[in-house]
Design a protein around this ligand. Structure first.
Ligand SMILES: [Zn+2]
Length: 306
């Protein structure tokens, strides 16, 4: 199966946001790209020696030496299929009080970029959060008269029971406390508003678009699979955070709920899709985000689309 073709946006390769996969269109809606995490903060397995061995390709695009931080993107994906506007991941959000200074009380005005993509919040039919980490649920809600209300009033928000149950459990308490309790302001209000459908982790959304289970990083994480007219693309959420995990597939992150399960899921995906030409879009990969997985020695390589 061949990779999706790109549409030319006249905005340069690093800024390309639109992709056509057969009858389905996919548009990245970027909230921010910034240095944010020390390599050893996100990857416990990353020694100073290993970092040094990779600086020649990490710098300057993927790593900020002065801050000793990896540069990550934050974005949602607007998928149009069979007349449905499907939004995958809702970023960090604006005006949210967060423990991490890079996320705290921001005004990125991401909704303006969604409108520039041609869709108003009222026109979103389906919202999918690949998982409930703080940077994937933010715009589920917005502040209105001092209350957090659903941003997409006409949408069904599709949650998996596995993810919901995890974040309501005792095991998730440290993660909630670490971030500032975003579940309260960005997840629970849409449930209370009656806009949530609990769906299986392999739920089909349209003829060409379906969820794929990817448990490990969190218990209920899903990817979004697009297959149309012989083309295929997969929005993989946090299966991969940076290119370092393609080169070192064993590296799970400190944020993985189950590091071993996360590793198994990631390695199985890389093995399955290496060399297939399937377009892969990890949530935090810098623009243009999309690329293919290729075998490279004992590991893999990510070839960005041109
Ligand atoms: Zn994330």
């Amino acid at each position: 199966m061949s990779a999706a073709t790109n549409t030319t946006d006249n905005d340069g390769p690093y800024l390309r946001t639109r992709f056509q996969i057969g009858a389905v269109s996919l548009q990245r809606v970027v909230e921010a790209e910034m240095p944010i995490l020390r390599p050893d903060e996100v990857y416990p397995d990353c020694t100073p020696e290993m970092l040094a061995a990779n600086l020649h390709w990490l710098e300057p695009r993927f790593y900020d030496r002065t801050k000793n931080q990896l540069i990550l993107g934050f974005q949602g994906f607007l998928i149009r299929s069979e007349g449905k506007n499907i939004l995958v991941d809702t970023c960090v959000g604006d005006c949210k009080r967060r423990a991490r200074v890079e996320f705290d009380n921001k005004r990125w005005n991401w909704l303006d970029r969604l409108r520039e993509a041609g869709v108003s919040p009222e026109e979103i039919h389906i919202v999918v959060c690949t998982h409930f980490h703080v940077d994937h649920v933010g715009w589920n809600t917005q502040l209105q008269d001092g209350r957090w209300v659903p941003t997409f009033p006409n949408a069904r928000y599709l949650f998996t029971r596995e993810e919901w149950d995890h974040w309501q459990s005792e095991a998730a308490r440290p993660g909630r406390e670490r971030s500032g309790d975003y579940i309260v302001d960005s997840v629970e209000p849409v449930v209370a508003a009656g806009l949530v459908d609990f769906v299986p982790m392999d739920k089909r959304l349209t003829k060409d678009v379906a969820l794929i289970p990817a448990p490990g990083h969190t218990p209920g994480m899903v990817m979004v699979d697009i297959q149309s007219e012989g083309k295929r693309a997969i929005v993989v959420g946090d299966l991969l955070h940076t290119l370092l995990q393609v080169r070192y597939p064993d590296w799970s992150t400190r944020f993985c709920a189950d590091a071993d399960h996360s590793r198994r899921t990631r390695k199985a995906f890389l093995e399955q899709f290496a060399g297939t030409g399937v377009l892969v879009l990890p949530a935090h990969f810098l623009s243009p985000t999309a690329g293919t997985i290729e075998r490279d020695g004992y590991a893999y390589r990510f070839d960005y689309v041109d």
